[in-house]
Design a protein. Structure first.
Length: 176
């Protein structure tokens, strides 16, 4: 085996990496989530509510942690995300949102709802956290979002395998 192969193989066991250890930190302390009001994705009241709020809270439970919510404007929350004061930002964010230029983003996971696909913003460079979030969204977004969002054949949630019909119950029984 060549020296290059040994060097390359020895450094791959911890990929992807989180330079600021986001995934490890959120498994020990609450996930810090920013929520921009944009119904039905996020609604502000005394507490955050909505489709993406339910999704993030279930993601946190899967990680064995809670969520500390911060409600605010896109400008305020993306500034906090860029400064690593938040771990993610939600709010029915379109893939084309200009604030995403200074953040990382999940793969689109929501229905093509109101003409756009939805992503979750994460702190830049925290790749292990983002890969974990993307995996969770791929496995669970359809079931969690189902009760919250209108679904038709044209707006089926990716990963639903075409089985969802308008009004179909969620696989996990969760919802509003």
């Amino acid at each position: 085996m060549s020296l290059l192969t040994l060097v390359g193989a020895s450094g791959c066991d911890d990929l992807p990496k989180d330079p600021n250890d986001t995934l490890e930190r959120v498994q020990r302390s609450p996930l810090r989530a920013g929520a921009v009001a944009n119904p039905p994705w996020v609604e502000h009241g005394r507490v955050a509510a909505g489709a993406e709020v339910a999704l993030v809270e279930r993601f946190a439970r899967e990680l064995g942690t809670d969520v500390h919510w911060r409600l605010g404007s896109e400008q305020e929350l993306f500034a906090a995300l860029e400064a690593f004061e938040l771990d993610l930002v939600i709010g029915g964010l379109q893939d084309s949102n200009p604030y995403l230029a200074h953040a990382a983003k999940s793969r689109p996971f929501g229905a093509s709802f109101a003409g756009h696909e939805v992503v979750i913003a994460t702190a830049p460079g925290e790749n292990r956290f983002l890969v974990t979030l993307d995996g969770y969204l791929h496995r669970h977004a359809a079931a969690v979002l189902g009760p919250w969002l209108p679904r038709t054949r044209e707006r089926a949630v990716p990963g639903d395998a075409g089985a969802a019909r308008a009004g179909a119950p969620a696989a996990d029984g969760g919802g509003p």
